[in-house]
Ligand binder design. Structure first.
Ligand code: LHQ
Length: 263
């Protein structure tokens, strides 16, 4: 069984590359093969102009239970967890952040360990009401990875980040929404339709402008106001040269819906 399903269904969700983690019997825990599937999907997202938004979800009752703990060689000589981060997790998170296209995540069930932080690395996160986020690392004597110590304090504040990491307590999707970790918690039965609707809307949007928003908002974490104002100017200058800006203004003047092409 393919550990990652990748599809672009032009009839159902035009412009949306759907990426489904597909090891439902193990709650879609990361293996080397699953990472390879994700890396290939990212390459397609980066190079295929027909892809204008990503939609990531999980098959079955879980979203992702983090690293598959049965795949690790536990002999003392073999343990180098940094290697897995260097070669698989960290490049994945960097590529997701750098991708100049929006990434929607539909968290369909439990998201634990690196699975929780993989979800938080997406640009807009929806979660089913029955889903939960667990910083499970403390339970096996590790530290949050996959960007967790970067995203959590920025999204939820230092106190909440610290307590989530140190206790490994389960955070419900409702609380995750209340705390600002995710965009929306929706009824389980509505998750697929809501996330497809959002991804399809973004895929028909001004892609270059969405990509620039992503860069500006993420870079703001490391910029002072002066640098951020300069960045906004540079991005606006660049985006203003695109066809979508002209189309947006023309549509406004002509009192019609814009037809953005992503250029
Ligand atoms: C799993 C897993 C799993 C294998 C469920 N592995 N089988 C770590 C090390 C190295 C380098 C880089 O980074 C990392 C980062 C990390 O991600 S560390 C954190 C790893 N993840 C965890 O510690 C979470 C472990 N899983 C759980 O605590 C529970 O499964 C949760 C709370 C996610 C869900 O609980 P339940 O709903 O009760 O499901 P379950 O425990 O019965 O799991 C269902 C099946 O999935 C079961 O298999 P089985 O054959 O017995 O039916 C589990 O063994 C398997 N599974 N997580 N990470």
């Amino acid at each position: 069984m393919d550990p990652v399903l990748v599809s672009l269904d032009a009839a159902r969700c035009p412009g949306v590359l759907r990426i489904t983690l597909n090891r439902p019997e193990k709650l879609n825990a990361f293996t080397t093969a699953l990472h390879k599937g994700l890396a290939d999907a990212m390459t397609r997202a980066e190079t295929d102009g027909a892809v204008r938004c990503l939609l990531i979800t999980g098959a079955g009752r879980g979203f992702c239970a983090g690293q598959d703990l049965s795949e690790r060689d536990m002999s003392a000589a073999a343990i180098d967890l940094g290697e897995g981060l260097d070669t698989r997790y960290n490049p994945l998170v960097r590529r997701m952040h750098a991708l100049p296209k929006p990434i929607v995540c539909a968290v369909n069930g439990v998201a634990a360990g690196a699975g929780a932080n993989f979800a938080l690395a997406c640009d807009i996160v929806l979660a089913a009401r029955s889903a939960a986020f667990i910083q499970a690392f403390v339970k096996i004597g590790l530290v949050p990875d996959c960007g967790g110590t970067y995203f959590l304090p920025r999204l939820a504040g230092t106190q909440r980040a610290m307590a989530l990491a140190m206790t490994g307590e389960r955070l419900s999707a409702e609380d995750a929404e209340r705390w600002g970790l995710i965009w929306k918690c929706v009824d389980d039965a509505d998750l697929a339709a809501e996330s497809e609707k959002l991804a399809t809307q973004l895929a028909s949007g001004p892609t270059a402008s969405l990509g620039a928003m992503k860069k500006a908002i993420y870079d703001s974490a490391n910029n002072d106001l002066a640098a951020q104002l300069d960045l906004e100017r540079d991005l606006q200058r660049q985006i203003g040269k695109g066809k979508d800006y002209r189309e947006g203004v023309a549509a406004f003047i002509e009192k019609r819906k814009p037809r953005f092409t992503g250029s």
